[in-house]
Design a protein around this ligand. Structure first.
Ligand SMILES: *[C@@H]1O[C@H](CO)[C@@H](O)[C@H](O)[C@H]1NC(C)=O
Ligand SMILES: *[C@@H]1O[C@H](CO)[C@@H](O)[C@H](O)[C@H]1NC(C)=O
Ligand SMILES: *[C@@H]1O[C@H](CO)[C@@H](O)[C@H](O)[C@H]1NC(C)=O
Ligand SMILES: *[C@@H]1O[C@H](CO)[C@@H](O)[C@H](O)[C@H]1NC(C)=O
Length: 213
């Protein structure tokens, strides 16, 4: 599952950056599964994602049928354009609304990303046994870390490695389908409406990845 991601790390730690001109790409609308691992595998999350690439909306929903032994049970609804993240707890009908200053996430190539290289995971020469992918890198908001992203040639995000000053997290996406299967996942639940947005403390930047730290 993480082979592409690990290869990605390897490349980024060994490559000296033979960057050439490469077209920045935009992911399509997608539904699929994601898994996340961080803090030496102590933090694990997984579930279903739905991403609207036109309106920059994301929904993550935990799914216990996914064999991942998750430690984080996150249900998130994110409006990247508006800079709002809802952390939803359907069981007890509660919600937190947070203001986002950083819009980077593992489902879209950041606009300030730099192309690094193109590689093949698996075999280059055996038909059906190789997956060609592109690697892009972006500094984190505080410039102390790196956001390394691997995408298929058609811009489907495969994996993202988020390295910050204090932690490293790996996000992987699987079984992607090019449609929004259920548009209702982007509807703000009634119990989340009218809440004030929590602002990040003065001088700090809050982003999607902070939910997983
Ligand atoms: C993505 O889905 C939204 C509806 O949620 C739609 O408005 C938009 O046109 C779709 N974008 C693409 C590129 O298909
Ligand atoms: C969880 O995933 C399974 C497939 O692995 C799917 O059939 C089911 O609908 C999903 N449940 C939810 C609540 O999305
Ligand atoms: C799931 O995680 C818990 C705690 O980390 C561990 O005790 C348990 O054995 C794990 N289960 C599986 C199936 O990996
Ligand atoms: C609802 O769930 C959250 C997270 O599990 C918890 O922090 C909170 O105390 C719960 N609220 C109630 C009213 O049970």
């Amino acid at each position: 599952m993480f082979s592409a991601a690990l290869l990605c790390v390897f490349i980024c730690w060994t490559a000296t950056g033979h960057a050439d001109h490469h077209q920045h790409c935009r992911s399509p609308n997608m539904t699929g599964y994601f898994s996340m691992m961080g803090q030496r595998a102590e933090t694990r999350a997984s579930g279903q994602f739905t991403y609207d690439s036109t309106n920059k909306k994301l929904r993550l929903q935990p799914n216990s049928s996914f064999p991942w032994n998750a430690t984080l049970d996150l249900d998130l609804l994110v409006f990247f354009e508006e800079g709002i993240l809802y952390k939803i707890d359907s069981k007890n009908q509660s919600c937190e609304k947070k203001s986002l200053q950083c819009t980077k996430n593992p489902f879209a190539l950041p606009s300030d990303a730099t192309y690094m290289t193109t590689m093949t995971s698996g075999s280059v020469s055996i038909e059906g046994e190789g997956l060609k992918f592109q690697v892009w890198t972006t500094p984190t908001a505080d410039s102390k870390g790196q956001n390394i992203m691997c995408l298929t040639m058609g811009c489907l995000p495969l994996s993202t490695i988020y390295v910050s000053e204090s932690s490293t997290s790996i996000f992987s996406n699987m079984n992607i389908e090019l449609e929004i299967k259920d548009p209702d996942v982007f509807v703000v639940p009634s119990f989340c409406q009218g809440l004030p947005a929590e602002e990040a403390p003065e001088g700090t930047v809050y982003g999607f990845y902070d939910e997983f730290l």
